[in-house]
Design a protein around this ligand. Structure first.
Ligand SMILES: Cc1cc2nc3c(=O)[nH]c(=O)nc-3n(C[C@H](O)[C@H](O)[C@H](O)COP(=O)(O)OP(=O)(O)OC[C@H]3O[C@@H](n4cnc5c(N)ncnc54)[C@H](O)[C@@H]3O)c2cc1C
Length: 399
């Protein structure tokens, strides 16, 4: 009997894992992807959408043709329950049985982290729907400008997106002749500028400080948020920052289907080993943001970890290769800790940027460097085009 591999989620991790397994075993495996979204979303470009630099169509593509072309079954349905004892997942009222399961359902925003976020008093950019609303709010802001607060709450992990949006906002203010009329403030739970949720990199604090000073941006560092009103962000230190426009990055948590399963940690992420198998079930894996990774330090204000694209692809590949080993009757041979994966990322700043390179996601590291310069903006645009092409055409073995 052909083994059945079921994959939940069809974005960075899910698409990658599904095609890796299929390409390795071809007709000897039956691969099905169940995903809540029928489109691939290049989340890194959400930072540009509110400014009209990208449309939803520019940064998404339908996934069904990609999967079909590579012999993978695709079902556009959200999984509603996972029963690893009986090896069955329910989605759209149907049961799907499996021999091997890879959970790649990513994140959802934890908007109730502070009162006022769920009410839409500030916008966020971490999902396509949110970024569209952030763009509508930006249009209203341009007609009636005033002060701006951009930040990341306690326990947020996606600091790179907050910085990118901050510097892109500064760039847009200049383009709209508003730079000297509007005060721009960055609020972060990071213990220092440039921590990024990964412990910082050599000279990062000075570099980010220099970028902020150059743009005339004020910073409130190592501080939590108490609440957000319709016109002010209230900080844990008692300060209130009035705004006409505010974008806040909340913490991420796992999807409800994971949270309600026996596989979940307290944040709705799947507890895994370094083979990316779940702690309890040898035939169930998790990859990408859906997988639990412990924050290895305590900061005065809690911060989360960014599970970015590069490590997400590594997790998906390791999980897929281990599934292939198991189907061949071998032990899962691939091991990789999150901390040991490379950190490769570009922080865009409108018409400038910073390349972030490190031999390991988390310290201790041997090498880590931040390279500033306008070439990084051009690189990020080129990378967006390349990555969308790579995923759309299923070239998941390419870097
Ligand atoms: C604003 C922003 C900017 C970013 N910028 C960068 C960057 O510059 N560089 C970088 O490396 N990384 C960046 N990232 C991180 C990068 O986007 C993530 O690493 C990547 O999206 C993780 O992929 P994933 O497949 O694990 O999860 P996701 O991308 O969240 O995909 C999860 C998939 O699962 C589906 N799903 C959800 N629930 C269910 C369910 N119940 N059943 C079935 N399917 C389900 C979803 O529809 C989605 O298709 C950024 C993220 C954000 C939000």
């Amino acid at each position: 009997m052909t083994d059945k591999v079921l994959i939940l989620g069809g974005n960075f991790a899910g698409l990658n894992a599904a095609l890796h397994v299929k390409h390795a075993l071809e007709d000897d495996v039956d691969v099905t992807v169940l995903s809540a979204s029928d489109r691939f979303l290049f989340n890194p470009s959400l930072i540009w959408l509110p400014f009209g630099k990208r449309t939803p169509e520019d940064i998404t593509f339908p996934v069904a043709p990609t999967f079909e072309e590579h012999g993978v079954h695709f079902v556009n349905a959200a999984a509603t329950s996972i029963d690893p004892d009986n090896q069955v997942v329910t989605a759209g009222g149907r049961d799907y049985t499996y021999d091997y399961l890879i959970i790649a359902t990513g994140y959802q925003n934890k908007m109730d982290v502070i009162p006022g976020l769920t009410d839409g008093n500030a916008v966020t950019i971490t999902t396509l729907e949110d970024a569209i609303k952030a763009g509508e709010a930006w249009e209203r802001f341009l007609k009636d400008p005033g002060d701006i607060v951009i930040g990341a709450t306690q326990s947020a992990g996606c600091f790179g997106a907050a910085y990118e949006f901050l510097f892109n906002t500064a760039y847009q203010l200049k383009r709209n002749g508003l730079k000297d009329k509007v005060s721009l403030t960055y609020v972060t739970s990071e213990p220092f500028l440039g921590h990024f949720g990964i412990g910082g990199l050599p000279h990062g604090e000075q570099l980010l400080g220099m970028f902020l000073r150059k743009e005339g941006i004020d910073a409130k560092v190592s501080v939590g948020m108490e609440s957000v009103d319709t016109d002010a962000v209230n900080l844990a230190d008692g300060t209130s920052l009035p705004f006409k426009y505010s974008m806040i990055v909340p913490p991420f948590v796992g999807q409800d289907v994971v949270k309600e399963s026996v596989l979940s940690d307290d944040k709705g992420y799947v507890k895994v080993r370094d083979t990316w198998q779940t702690e309890k079930y040898d035939n169930v894996y998790a990859a990408g943001i859906a997988a639990a990774v412990a924050v290895p330090w305590q900061t005065p204000t809690p911060t989360g970890l960014p599970k970015t694209g590069f490590p997400t692809e590594v997790m998906a590949r390791v999980a897929a290769e281990n599934v292939v080993h198991q189907i061949k009757g071998e032990a899962p041979a691939e091991h990789k800790e999150f901390a040991d994966m490379k950190a490769i990322c570009v922080m865009d700043a409108g018409n400038n940027g910073v390349m972030i390179l490190a031999d390991k996601m988390l310290p201790p590291r041997k090498h880590g460097v931040l390279v500033p310069g306008p070439q990084n903006h051009a690189f990020k645009i080129a990378f967006e085009k390349y990555f969308m092409w790579k995923m759309k055409n299923g070239h998941v073995k390419l870097p």
